[in-house]
Design a protein around this ligand. Structure first.
Ligand SMILES: NC(=O)c1ccc[n+]([C@@H]2O[C@H](COP(=O)([O-])OP(=O)(O)OC[C@H]3O[C@@H](n4cnc5c(N)ncnc54)[C@H](OP(=O)(O)O)[C@@H]3O)[C@@H](O)[C@H]2O)c1
Length: 238
């Protein structure tokens, strides 16, 4: 299945893995729409993508705006949602609003996108949601992500059955070097990446393109549905 002339919408497409998906889909001659909150990030992403793309400002946590977004863009073929923000922290130290915010952003954002996007996806199309390695590997300090990623994976399997023949999959990245870590002290970030890379079976931290390639495969593989594709360098195993 080719992406040529297919309409691919990437919510979260202005940065990191979403941007990498947008670049790969555009390179395959898809008609790409990227959406996120910051106009500045959208502008920079637009500059970085070699082919023309449509940019749209959207906060995926606002149900009414997500509904309006899909009404405006009309029919599409593939929907990918990478949008999420949140803070990590040990369970007893992370306050309830912070834990809840992870769900507001990552669960409810994907829920709204699936809820209002699904009805506009053409035959043969797909939804790709984003989970994360914390669902499969308990790591101290990541309980909010473990819980939200587990919820996303359960939603994915359920939607694959209920929305069939629309295909619904999820990708579960490991630690991937994206602007999500931009606020960390660069020295601390390098230390964390180096020490983790040494433990990983893949012996390196992920690149956005590693994960984007998996997303593109899920879009194109007409027999993949209800799958959680783990692209984590083997992190869940060590
Ligand atoms: N990087 C990792 O190591 C890692 C590991 C496991 C799982 N993941 C998951 O992978 C996904 C992508 O992560 P990433 O590292 O590529 O992140 P990223 O580089 O920070 O990009 C996140 C994107 O989402 C957009 N976004 C955030 N909140 C939004 C909102 N409310 N509405 C619309 N857009 C929003 C951001 O743009 P604006 O700021 O303009 O909105 C940005 O384009 C996330 O679900 C993350 O939890 C990442």
């Amino acid at each position: 299945m080719s992406l040529k002339e297919k309409k691919v919408v990437v919510i979260g497409g202005s940065s990191g893995m979403g941007l990498a998906v947008a670049k790969m889909a555009a390179a395959e001659e898809a008609e790409v729409v990227i959406a996120s909150r910051s106009l500045e990030k959208l502008r920079r992403a637009d500059d970085e993508i070699s082919q023309p793309v449509e940019t749209r400002s959207l906060d995926v946590t606002l149900e009414h705006d997500v509904k309006g977004f899909f009404a405006e863009i009309g029919e599409l073929d593939h929907l990918v949602v990478t949008a999420a923000t949140g803070v990590a922290g040990r369970f007893l130290e992370l306050d309830t609003p912070s834990f809840r915010q992870v769900f507001d952003s990552k669960f409810w954002g994907q829920y709204f996108a699936a809820r209002y996007g699904a009805q506009r996806i053409r035959e043969g199309g797909s939804i790709t949601l984003f989970s994360g390695v914390a669902a499969a590997k308990p790591v101290a300090g990541l309980s909010a992500y473990a819980a939200v990623n587990g919820a996303v994976e359960a939603l994915c399997r359920s939607l694959a059955v209920e929305l069939a023949p629309l295909r619904v999959n999820a990708v579960s990245p490991g630690i991937v070097d994206t602007p999500a870590y931009a606020e960390m002290n660069p020295f601390e970030r390098k230390k964390m990446f180096d020490s983790l890379a040494a433990r990983l079976p893949a012996r390196r931290i992920g690149r956005p393109e590693d994960v984007a390639a998996a997303v593109i495969e899920l879009m194109k593989n007409g027999y993949a549905t209800g799958s959680v594709l783990r692209v984590d360098g083997g992190y869940r195993l060590v």
